[in-house]
Design a protein around this ligand. Sequence first.
Ligand SMILES: CC(C)(COP(=O)(O)OP(=O)(O)OC[C@H]1O[C@@H](n2cnc3c(N)ncnc32)[C@H](O)[C@@H]1OP(=O)(O)O)[C@@H](O)C(=O)NCCC(=O)NCCS
Length: 188
Amino acid sequence: MFSLRLDGDLTATLHERRHASELYALVDANREHLDVWFPWPAETHAPEDLHAFIDGSLALFAKGEGWHGGLRKDGHLIGGISVHNVNRKIGRAEIGYWLAATEMGSGTMTRAVRGLLRHLFDDEGFTKIEIRAATGNRPSRAIPERIGFREEGVLRHVDLLRGTPIDHAVYGLLASEWKAAHDEEAHP
Ligand SMILES: CC(C)(COP(=O)(O)OP(=O)(O)OC[C@H]1O[C@@H](n2cnc3c(N)ncnc32)[C@H](O)[C@@H]1OP(=O)(O)O)[C@@H](O)C(=O)NCCC(=O)NCCS
């Protein structure tokens, strides 16, 4: 199993078909808040419905074009985290995430995203990471804002959620900005 230590008790593990039941149980328990921002939970009625998504993620991973993984705290699945829309030539990628409702409100996802940024910038050599969030999704937007991403603009009408057009706020962080912020922390 591919597993990436993000921070302390937090790891990201690449989804495999054998995780489908565990993942389905978490999605099923969190439909109420996931349905607000994602179309896929409403289309997921059984673990098998996740197979195509899992296979797609494994194919992405094999090509070095990203992955979708489980976020685990002390080994227990508590959410999802992903790297997608990867462009290795430019050194650019996007991060996505969701958390079980029981885990929200204590900085866990912010900590996980910081850990993933450390990996993407320091180990994989990416030069820019983006996070895109629906303009109305305050908790999601707060994560890049807390970490020091720059808000680069709003893309209008990029998605449909239950028939309603959604605008995305785009946040970007350059490797040079990440490094400068961490050098400053190390040598204030
Ligand atoms: C987006 C999502 C992961 C954010 O969850 P979250 O719990 O707010 O994010 P974090 O785990 O980073 O926690 C931040 C919260 O913990 C609080 N917190 C406590 N200690 C903290 C710490 N040490 N560091 C940072 N935040 C801390 C923050 O104040 C914030 O709470 P607030 O919103 O009441 O101010 C969650 O809302 C979610 O899963 N939403 C549905 C899916 C979704 O929208 N995904 C994103 C699609 S773009």
